[in-house]
Design a protein around this ligand. Sequence first.
Ligand code: IFM
Length: 454
Amino acid sequence: MRFPENFLWGVATAAYQIEGAVNEDGRGPSIWDTFSHTPGKVLHSDTGDIACDHYHRLEEDLDLMASLGIRAYRFSVAWPRIQPEGSGLANQKGLDFYRRLVAGLRERSIEPTLTLYHWDLPQALEDRGGWTVRETSERFAEYAGIVYEALKGEVGAWITLNEPWVSAWLGYGAGVHAPGRRDISEALAATHHLLLGHGLAVENMRSLGGNDRIGITLNLSPVRAASEDAADTEAARLVDGNANRLYLDPLFRGAYPEDMLQHYASESDFSFVRDGDLETIAAPLDFLGVNYYMRHTVRAAAEEGRSRFPGMRAEMLIPPGAQTTAMGWPVEPDALTELLVRIDREYTQVPIYITENGAAFYDYADPEGDVDDEERIEFLDSHFRAAHEAIEQGVNLAAYFVWSLLDNFEWAEGYSKRFGIVYVDYPTQRRIPKMSARWYADVIRRNGPPDTNE
Ligand code: IFM
């Protein structure tokens, strides 16, 4: 099984999850600093203060990627390093860190893929309303312009937002992520202002010239009703609307889905949507980033869900017999094929990059110091095959970034969940490539997973 020539194999991380150094070189506080330092919000009161200490171990981590033959690295820029207060002049020391990172990647022939926003909103902007207010969209476009001016021409691909669904619904709806608000109408406003921020950022970056590729990353999940029962089918439609169509439709069809506007009519009058916003949001993109972790099998519930499906009478089931990861997520690689084919048939034929896929398992270093994560190898192998199947069915898939290079700060789960292909021994910060890292290096060399009879 071989992938197309020039297929880009990479790994992904995000700033707050790995960098640490939260008070250095002029960085300002973000909503995740505030949230993680608020008692009861993150498991074991973990914070990103030190994380993987990547800010100080940049060279070592770059060498690590080079030693594994990684071809592309997706990282995110911490907005509060660039604009500590969320607006105004750029903090040069913050930009310098990312200039060093990008130069270090290019020296090692690793293609930089840059995410502008992976959830670390400057606290100063949250204090003025965060993503519930339009001003944040405008500030985001300015910030995007600053980073673009500094690095255009050096970065292979630019991703405006990572997973706006998570920012809006887990941050403002369910309150399990920063900033920890619990209000459906705020989650709706945040959805719109995130998407508008994306559109305005694309506009601003394009106006600055250069031919860099620009896209957005969505977390998407195929949805299946648990039975043919009308109530379950209805629950599945709503969940699909919230998780997938609420983002794909405005970006690729220039309109919010009618059934979602109706469903949320009692929560919001959508007056935050102004004339011209949807045209801005639907500006043509060079690629679509897709983060895939699981399918949602849903059934109707007596009460509205809070965490996974805020504001919907729906709950998620683990299909009988399905394996689950340490996050409790079902492993369903065939749903990745289904998702990619659906995007291609229903939404867009721009190249798709899988910007994240991976899994947490209960990894440990054995007495010899090895981490034998066979489950992760099996997980990745099955998902690479599912992606290949989508290519066979005509999907224009161009890149695959494994989440994640390193074990890291898994948001509300703190350091308890390990997604890395490289194990991090947090007390010493030693990096130990897991068995999956060596296996992935081989996949990259061959341009596909090994034959099953090998
Ligand atoms: O760790 C996260 C990442 O920040 C965004 N996508 C999902 C990953 C696993 O939960």
